[in-house]
Design a protein around this ligand. Structure first.
Ligand code: ADP
Ligand code: TYD
Length: 211
């Protein structure tokens, strides 16, 4: 689709996504390449409102399908208002989480299965990442890095939920090997950064060769 580039970053909570996103921003800044950075759930005024609703720790009664539809609603607005226009304008879009999060967390974690993929087909309407970096880290290690007091409603879930989410990510990596690039996130921040930089260089080179 489009002429731009769409990159998403995925992985369990605390797997180092935010840390490496800062490195990815630096990678493009050093090349004087402009990027559009955005995140899910959120990325638009409507999406940020939905984010507050979904992550509120007090809404323990939220039904799993309600949760799925809210993530998908935020995503539909995000694609329509931010992601698709940017890609069509030839920009590089970097997104912290996207559809794979819903498939892993709601499809596998909440056990809603393939309905999550179906619902999200409507939400994204064909707008899928060109490349996805998957930060692969045992979710128990990732969660150990997050302060329990600041955990949101999803992060508060038990280990079994987070292990099922991780299983979902590994399944997605197997299912979409051309799009999803697994990153061993158990290494040091600098080792991971070098790995991602190499992959980004290759990606830009491929794009240049195709042009
Ligand atoms: P996420 O955005 O995936 O939740 P963060 O980037 O916020 O993860 O990282 C969670 C915590 O782990 C932060 O305190 C961060 O400094 C730390 N961290 C990030 N990457 C690593 C790493 N490779 N090794 C050890 N600690 C890390
Ligand atoms: P995020 O703010 O990215 O959390 P973190 O920085 O700790 O990784 O995402 C908030 C939570 O929402 C996170 O636990 C993952 C979850 N989530 C879903 O369950 N489904 C989704 O579709 C998305 C985008 C996120």
């Amino acid at each position: 689709m489009g002429k731009g580039l769409f990159i998403s970053i995925e992985g369990p909570d605390g797997s180092g996504k935010s840390t490496q996103i800062e490195n990815i921003k630096r990678f493009f800044a050093e090349k004087n390449m402009e990027i559009v950075f955005t995140r899910e759930p959120g990325g638009t005024a409507i999406g940020e409102k939905i984010r507050e609703l979904i992550l509120d720790r007090t809404y323990t009664e939220m039904d799993s399908m309600t949760e799925t539809l809210l993530y998908a609603a935020a995503r539909a607005q995000h694609v329509a208002q931010v992601i698709r226009p940017a890609i069509e304008a030839g920009k590089i879009v970097i997104c912290d989480r996207f559809v794979d999060s819903s498939i892993a967390y709601q499809g596998y974690g909440r056990k809603l299965g393939s309905s999550v993929e179906e619902i999200n087909k409507f939400a994204v309407d064909g707008c899928m990442p060109d490349v996805t970096f998957l930060m692969k880290l045992d979710p128990r290690v990732g969660r150990g890095r997050i302060d329990e007091k600041v955990q949101d409603r999803l992060e508060m879930e038990k280990d079994a939920f987070h292990l099922a989410v991780f299983e979902g990510y590994l399944e997605l990596e197997k299912q979409y090997p051309d799009r999803i690039l697994g990153i061993d996130a158990s290494r040091t921040i600098d080792q991971i950064k070098l790995d991602i930089y190499e992959k980004l260089e290759a990606l830009l080179k491929d794009g240049a060769d195709e042009a």
